[in-house]
Design a protein around this ligand. Structure first.
Ligand code: B1M
Length: 212
């Protein structure tokens, strides 16, 4: 690991928000690629947090403060991940599905889509199907981006797609899904239009879906 990434990685593991913020700033100043800071420093740290949780070394409070430190680091990185002056590529209603509070991956996907000139309506986390329906109806969005991190909330993606169908909006939007437990097969089973394993591939997917 690049020397400048270690304080970012360690800072997230220890939930030290201000250390992470200044470490990300330092790495950027040293010319480290923002994508490397994100993937090799920050996302890698969250994977380690997950491992420590699984092993019973970390508990929910540790996960929570690590997540806060990660979000703070992301906000420093955001302007560097975003491009400027590009014509709007499409309008996206995004959210983590009902029952699920994990929003870091979804925020990352929103950030990358924003950087690729998509207009984002971010509904946050724990979003019930009817809220997605309402937002699509009001905004006239052409893409819905659903995230889920828990095996127990994955079925709520299908419930959301069914609600869009019932409201007569399914033909108006493409639905893309993602999140750690989601697979291409699952996406197909629930009638989504596309699946992406990570935030950067989510951009390519979104572009191809709105172009189709
Ligand atoms: Co939770 N948690 N958590 N957690 N948490 C996981 C997901 C878990 C895998 C940990 C573990 O056991 N190893 C496990 C789920 C197990 C399972 O379902 N099989 C788990 C659990 C069990 C729980 C609780 C039930 C714990 C408890 O209370 N006993 C609880 C549930 C709360 C709820 O949601 N109702 C819970 C709570 C929490 C916190 C609130 C403390 C916190 C979340 C804070 C927040 O998000 N604001 C938290 C965290 C931080 C994690 C881990 C450690 C990290 C998640 C993360 O942010 N990763 C996680 C372990 C892990 O993932 N290894 C874990 C970094 C992020 C960048 O990655 O979100 O995967 P990810 O996003 C990726 C891709 O998945 C993809 O792009 C992103 C990056 O490129 N992607 C998309 C995501 N959404 C996409 C959408 C797309 C496309 C791509 O298109 C629309």
């Amino acid at each position: 690991m690049d020397e400048s990434l270690k304080p970012i990685f360690d800072g997230i593991l220890e939930g030290q928000t201000s250390e992470v913020v200044s470490a990300v700033q330092n790495a950027l100043q040293q010319g480290v690629d923002p994508a490397v800071i994100l993937n090799d420093g920050m996302v890698a740290a969250m994977a380690e947090v997950g491992r420590l949780f699984e092993e019973g070394e970390y508990f929910v409070p540790e996960m929570l403060i690590a997540a806060r430190a990660m979000q703070a680091g992301l906000s420093v990185l955001k302007p560097r991940l975003a491009q400027e002056n590009v014509q709007a590529a499409g309008k996206v209603v995004a959210g983590t599905v009902k029952g699920d509070l994990h929003d870091i991956g979804k925020n990352l996907v929103c950030m990358m889509l924003e950087g690729a000139a998509f207009e984002i309506i971010d509904l946050g986390s724990d979003v019930p199907p009817e809220k997605f329906v309402e937002a699509v109806r009001e905004s006239g969005a052409n893409l819905v981006a659903l995230s889920a991190l828990l095996t127990t909330t994955m079925p709520n993606m299908q419930t959301t797609i069914e609600a869009l169908k019932a409201a007569g909006l399914r033909d108006q939007v493409k639905v893309m899904v993602g999140g750690a437990p989601i697979t291409e097969t699952f996406a197909r089973q629930i009638g989504a239009d596309g699946y992406s394993p990570d935030a950067s591939r989510a951009v390519a997917l979104a572009k191809s879906l709105v172009a189709a």
